[in-house]
Unconditional design. Sequence first.
Length: 124
Amino acid sequence: MTFPATLSRLTLSAQKGGTGDRPGDREGEGGLLTQTTTRTQRPPLYKVLLLNDDYTPMEFVVHVLERFFGINHAQAFEIMLTVHKKGLAVVGVFSFEVAETKVAQVMDFARRHQHPLQCTMEKE
């Protein structure tokens, strides 16, 4: 989903209270053409985190990273080592819906394979 950087629209606001002293300056006539610029904000991003535990095999974590995050084997192995050594690692940064889906997929996959792997998300 993409959002336009800028949306522009022209508005015509009627000027009231003309005195009629100048040609074309009659009450209720005339107008001022102004340009209004509206900017859309980017949606907030969320970090997806994998947490270390003492039971999930390292190979399973690498498999999860490759399958659900599209990470190649070498990068998945490095992230797995970071999780193992530091206790957690950021796996990716996504919009809310994508991050929520990835967390649910990882948690469901881990449960189906009887591993206590934890995956969470937090606002960036």
